[in-house]
Write a protein that binds this ligand. Structure first.
Ligand code: S3P
Length: 224
């Protein structure tokens, strides 16, 4: 919605410059859109999506990047490209410790790139080293989902070595119990439900970004 409005405003008011675009956005159906517009223009750090397998990091990340007009990158894809093999092959050949080592290095490299949207593998943020680096240079968002939602998205889909188990749903539940308190340290959280479209989640992230920018503005004011 915002995107459509912003694009239309930009095209229509281009001859009158930036101020006209802001004016046009203020006329949009909700003022919230305007503050989301602010968030769109202020992505100066990479936005890191964290959360368990199946929470939608890659699908949401791609859409979010398009809305923000920035690039998108997926750490698992980058690991596979760097290793020249699939993620299950990396696990098979180097074990989980080898995978984690490569994952930390790849994410560190990606965080040194331009501001963009980065979807991480579900275990990445659990590493204290990765977490510290994300905290230092990026903005983290936890896509939280309940067990049924996650299960509905990963059940029967190959490519996730940790779920190659007797009872993959039970493994997913164990990972939730162990990891959710850690994901909760992200800068903010957005809920992803099976019935929500990815666009709804993208909107919620944009609102979270706007709120974060507002909060930072207030903190700065308090310091002055
Ligand atoms: C993992 C999640 C996977 C992948 C690897 C390990 C994890 O990524 O990095 O299989 O530890 O949760 P997705 O979360 O994108 O499925």
């Amino acid at each position: 919605m915002l995107n459509r409005y912003y694009e239309a405003a930009r095209r229509h008011f281009r001859p009158f410059g930036y101020i006209s675009v802001i004016f046009a956005l203020q006329q949009s159906p909700s003022f919230e859109s305007f503050s989301m517009g602010n968030a769109l223009r202020k992505l100066d750090k990479t936005l890191v999506l964290v959360g368990l397998m199946g929470c939608g990091k890659s699908s949401v990340g791609r859409r979010l990047a398009a809305r923000l007009g920035v690039g998108f990158v997926d750490s698992d894809d980058e690991i596979a490209a760097a290793a020249g093999m699939s993620i299950p092959e990396v696990f098979e050949r180097f074990g989980e410790p080898g995978f984690r080592d490569g994952e930390a290095k790849v994410i560190s490299r990606l965080l040194r790139g331009p501001p963009r949207v980065l979807a991480t593998g579900g275990g990445a943020f659990i590493s204290p080293l990765v977490r510290a680096e994300v905290e230092r240079v990026a903005i983290s968002v936890w896509l939280r989902a309940d067990l049924d939602t996650l299960w509905s998205r990963v059940a029967g889909k190959p490519g996730r070595p940790l779920l190659e188990a007797q009872n993959p749903r039970a493994v997913l539940k164990e990972l939730m119990d162990a990891r959710y308190p850690i994901y909760a340290t992200a800068d903010f959280v957005v809920d992803s439900h099976a019935e929500n479209s990815h666009e709804v989640v993208v909107d919620d992230i944009l609102k979270g970004l706007a709120a974060l920018a507002g909060q930072k503005g207030k903190d700065k004011g308090a310091e002055a």
